[in-house]
Design a protein around this ligand. Structure first.
Ligand SMILES: Nc1nc2c(c(=O)[nH]1)N[C@H]1C(S)=C(S)[C@@H](COP(=O)(O)OP(=O)(O)OC[C@H]3O[C@@H](n4cnc5c(=O)[nH]c(N)nc54)[C@H](O)[C@@H]3O)O[C@H]1N2
Ligand SMILES: Nc1nc2c(c(=O)[nH]1)N[C@H]1C(S)=C(S)[C@@H](COP(=O)(O)OP(=O)(O)OC[C@H]3O[C@@H](n4cnc5c(=O)[nH]c(N)nc54)[C@H](O)[C@@H]3O)O[C@H]1N2
Ligand SMILES: [Mo]
Length: 676
């Protein structure tokens, strides 16, 4: 192996939207990042990082990197731009914002952002600007919200098992969670636990890398997990495998739950889920009798119409068995509750002006972007500012989104690190720093450690951080509020100054500077109160008990599930050649039976389509998917797709049962062969 040539090593933190929030080492030579490794001193990362971020230097200095502000000189979508200066770019955006606000009202301006960076400063710093402007508010609902709401109804807050304890678990279920690809260090704890005799069960609609690593892989029909959870609870109650003392002390509504469970005997549940009756019984018995047991609830199961309730049902299980009392026992969906920071101080919703009749600016659900751009008229969206996100690739119902972004009367500004599919529709493109180039504070939605990262290299080209750009925009808009002069340190201090969260006690900026990675002040054992019956849900118009509602779409065609792949991070990294090479090409996995029925052979170019749109993919015939289900992994850039459109051409922009969540995977398509 060639020896790496570098002159400096800088500690950093991975800013991507991934549970692990790894400690990184950036190897720097002549001011350029030349290699990326894992930080051996980060207690969770322990020197090991995923096979995608190890190539991050190729994104940071790659051919798609934006280095100058640009203005559009061709039709929307074509990607023809010419460089302009920062003054002209900021002046154009502020000028258009002022014009549009004067003609249509400030609500006609829409910010659109998600999790390009998870840094608290650069994720949140746009909020205060758009609040002050009076722009439409954005409901950031594309990822995990439905399940998180369902979990919180059940267990009170987004807090669960500390993953660092799960190497001591003896029964581990990954439920709709692709740990090998999407949460590698959870997988490391699973392997440690297995070496000590733990059993590892995976419940998924297809056998991915995590299913391959399981002791027992249980395939299930999409969107039916809520019923499986009810069936497991039925068996646990019927066979008296529950912990009565725990239930009496730590739960609400056990009797009501028991009457509900009568409707879910294993035979009926087998018919709904496709999981054989004997497997349901066996899983319930094993789960209830091996402690500590741990369920890692993934985001896959909640990207369905019934996703919130599905997570709620699963989150009831550890309270039946008393698993929470054991170290490494319980469940977790998200641990973001431990890291709650002073969001009001950072985002400043108090800056929002009230409209004449006293109401706050309207809220737009980010999952309804296409619909919003094409159909909303009171007022219409006339200007949009995208940062930390690539909606042309990741948002559902892509055909509508692209039609909306193509509107000649829409002004679009996009701030990104690289030239994305969304940038191609922009009137003005702004170059952003990567997390290697700016200061930020990081938390994890999985482990309980917080960290601060300072720049490892100078900004590439003329790129600027979100913080710096919003500072410039605020000045150009004439906003004089003091908060628009805040430094990253000011915002980090505001975030951490939050006595309402006891877990932040003693987590200070000085300590983060000194120690780099700081463990939250969190108890080693979290025991929630579990609401089998939830008054709050009844008040909010939901069934107060765990329930199962089948997916709405007519039972015809194939269900197309499009979860993340191993080498991309949503659409980020999907432009790095070395990673595209490792990922291969965009495929459609289908069963031999479904292939035969349609005359499809291995490697054929096929079209998956429905009334929303069509996507072309290469067929891969495999027993990893069940008949009736087809899978395409990864959000590929349009330029890498044989038909020029992504999987989101087909995905619905309906809204999940809770929180306004996305329903990417409740998606029916027809599949046909195009060419050999
Ligand atoms: N390599 C990689 N890692 C990532 C990401 C990435 O793009 N690539 N993205 C990051 C982000 S933003 C997120 S939200 C997480 C997502 O990572 P996870 O939380 O693991 O969620 P998904 O990968 O969306 O889905 C997990 C599994 O759920 C399955 N699934 C889909 N529908 C159902 C169902 O009805 N029932 C069951 N039982 N399973 C179902 C899918 O087939 C998939 O294998 O990963 C993060 N980490
Ligand atoms: N079909 C299908 N669609 C999906 C999913 C799926 O499983 N299937 N997953 C969904 C999920 S869970 C999620 S979370 C979303 C993810 O949706 P997004 O959050 O939009 O994720 P990315 O596609 O990675 O786009 C993030 C963009 O932010 C940019 N960026 C990074 N750092 C910075 C910065 O500091 N400043 C600025 N201005 N830009 C920056 C990156 O270059 C990148 O282009 O996708 C969703 N879409
Ligand atoms: Mo996500």
């Amino acid at each position: 192996m060639k020896r790496l040539d570098y002159d400096d090593v800088r500690r950093s933190i991975c800013a991507f939207d991934c549970p692990d929030a790894c400690g990184l080492l950036g190897y720097v030579k002549d001011g350029r990042l030349v290699a990326v490794g894992g930080d051996p001193d980060h207690p969770v990362t322990r020197g090991h990082i995923c096979s995608k971020v190890a190539f991050d230097h190729l994104r940071v200095h790659g051919p798609n990197r934006l280095t100058q502000p640009l203005k559009r000189i061709g039709p929307k979508g074509a990607g023809a731009f010419e460089p302009i200066g920062w003054d002209e770019a900021i002046g154009t955006i502020a000028g258009r914002f002022k014009d549009v606000a004067a003609s249509y009202g400030a609500e006609s301006i829409l910010p659109y952002s998600y999790a390009g960076t998870m840094g608290i400063v650069n994720y949140n710093v746009g909020h205060r600007f758009f609040y002050r402007l009076g722009a439409s508010q954005l409901l950031r609902s594309i990822c995990s919200i439905a399940g998180n709401v369902g979990y919180c109804y059940t267990n009170g807050s987004n807090r669960g098992v500390d993953p660092e304890e799960t190497s001591e678990s003896r029964y581990i279920i990954a439920w709709g969670a692709n740990l090998v690809s999407a949460n590698v260090h959870q997988m490391a704890y699973v392997q440690q636990a297995r070496r000590k005799g733990a059993r590892f069960v995976v419940i998924d609609v297809h056998r991915n890398k995590t299913g391959d690593a399981a002791d027992w892989f249980i395939p299930i029909k999409p969107g039916t997990d809520g019923a499986l959870a009810l069936g497991l609870m039925h068996v646990i109650v019927a066979e008296r495998l529950y912990d009565a003392a725990y239930i009496a002390e730590h739960t609400v509504g056990f009797e009501e739950l028991c009457s509900r469970l009568e409707a879910y005997p294993p035979g009926d549940v087998a018919a709904i889920t496709g999981v054989p009756m004997e497997d349901i019984r066996r899983l319930a018995r094993e789960y209830a009798t091996r402690q500590p047991s741990f369920i890692r609830i993934g985001n896959g199961i909640q990207h369905h119409d019934n996703g919130g309730m599905c997570v709620r049902n699963i989150a009831c299980l550890p309270a039946l068995t008393g698993a929470w009392l054991h170290r490494g026992g319980g469940c977790m969906k998200s641990n973001s509750g431990y890291h709650a920071f002073n969001e009001m101080a950072v985002t400043r919703p108090d800056l929002m002006p009230r409209a004449a009749h006293g109401r706050l600016p309207r809220t737009i659900n980010m999952n309804e972007l296409g619909k919003t751009l094409l159909e909303v008229s009171d007022p219409p969206v006339m200007a949009m500012y995208v940062y930390n996100s690539n909606p042309a690739a990741v948002a559902p119902s892509q055909a509508k989104v692209l039609r909306g972004l193509s509107r000649e009367d829409l002004f679009l500004a996009v701030h990104d690190v690289v030239m994305t599919d969304t940038c191609r529709y922009a009137d003005v493109v702004l170059p952003a720093t990567s997390a290697w180039e700016h200061t930020d504070l990081y938390r994890s939605y999985w482990h309980l450690r917080s960290a601060m990262a300072e720049p490892a290299i100078e900004p590439v080209g003329e790129s600027k951080s979100n913080l710096d750009v919003f500072r410039l925009l605020a000045r150009a808009m004439g906003f004089e509020d003091e908060c628009f002069a805040d430094s990253p340190e000011d915002i980090m201090r505001q975030a951490l100054d939050f006595p309402a969260n006891p877990h932040l006690e003693d987590v200070t900026l000085d300590r983060l500077r000194r120690e780099h990675v700081v463990r939250l002040n969190a108890p080693s054992k979290h025991v929630p109160t579990t609401f089998f019956y939830s008054e709050q849900m009844a008040r909010d118009g939901f069934d107060p008990l765990p329930s199962y509602v089948p997916l709405p779409e007519p039972d015809q065609g194939l269900t197309l599930v499009t979860p993340p792949n191993h080498h991309f991070l949503n659409s980020t990294l999907a432009g790095v050649d070395a990673l595209i090479e490792r990922e291969g090409r965009p495929t459609l996995q289908l069963s031999a039976a479904d292939a035969r029925e349609r005359g499809i052979q291995e490697g054929d170019l096929v079209r998956a389509w429905n009334k929303r749109g069509a996507v072309e993919l290469y067929a891969h015939i495999t027993d990893a998917v069940q008949p009736g289900v087809v899978v395409s992994q990864g959000v590929w850039w349009a330029s890498k797709m044989p038909g020029g459109g992504g999987v989101n051409q087909t995905t619905p922009d309906r809204i999940a049962d809770m929180g306004g969540g996305a329903v990417f995977f409740s998606n029916k398509v027809e599949v046909e062969r195009i060419a050999t």
